[in-house]
Design a protein around this ligand. Structure first.
Ligand code: CA
Length: 224
């Protein structure tokens, strides 16, 4: 599996390279948008990890040009938390997934695996677990075909759980990923949101997806 990483921040680029190489991926890095675009259009890769703000051609124009040229390369965008519009635009232009900085390398590896696996199917931008589906672009959530209305925060929380089914997420991890700040052990924010999600996602369903792991955190039940 060959992965191209276009990222001008050298520290992030080398962190990504090391992480992916440790998992057996062959990695090439470009620090400049023009160089990256030239590589993406001239050599075969299985996935592209693409930063948005780049010297030269920026990430979104790289993505748009690749899609205009019908290059079917799966693309994962790296975005800053503040780049919400760019992220949505990126999904519109045909990005397969995105990751908000800072991120855990395990998360990136999981996404790269997922998009390369998915590259054969046509489920762009849709996360599923059992009969639950989440469209990352339209923000539509369905359980057994029935639409579920979620607030943006609830959506993000469910998204994090759905991305790693079976994996326990601690309250601190959830807090950091969903709210983006250090966890204050005195607050029950996470528990309150989990309760709300349960009402919306699990209450009417025979199989409960959201599990409490006592003393550890929460996880999405692995669909059997
Ligand atoms: Ca950058």
């Amino acid at each position: 599996m060959r992965v191209l990483v276009i990222e001008d921040e050298k520290k992030i680029a080398s962190f990504v390279r090391k992480g992916l190489e440790a998992e057996g991926f062959v990695v090439e890095v470009a620090h400049h948008g023009d160089e990256g675009y030239a590589l993406a259009t001239s050599r075969p890769y299985d996935a592209l990890v693409l930063d948005i703000m780049l010297p030269g051609r920026d990430g979104l124009s790289i993505l748009r040009n690749l899609r205009e040229r019908k290059v079917p390369l799966p693309v994962i965008l790296l975005t800053a938390r503040s780049e919400l519009n760019e992220r949505l635009e990126g999904l519109n232009f045909g990005a397969d997934d995105y990751l908000t900085k800072p991120f855990y390398i395990e998360e990136l590896i999981a996404r790269v695996r997922a998009v390369t696996r998915r590259a054969t199917g046509a489920t762009q931008g849709i996360l599923t677990a059992g009969d639950l589906s989440m469209n990352l672009l339209t923000r539509e959530v369905k359980r057994a075909g029935a639409a579920i209305e979620l607030t943006p925060r609830e959506f993000t929380l469910l998204e994090h759980l759905t991305r790693s089914p079976g994996r326990i997420l601690t309250r601190a991890q959830i807090c950091e990923q969903v709210w983006g700040y250090d966890f204050d052990p005195g607050t029950n924010l996470v528990d309150v949101y989990i309760q709300r999600l349960r009402k919306k996602v699990d209450a009417d369903a025979p199989v409960k997806l959201i599990e409490t792991i006592r003393g550890a955190g929460y996880r999405l039940r692995l669909p059997s």
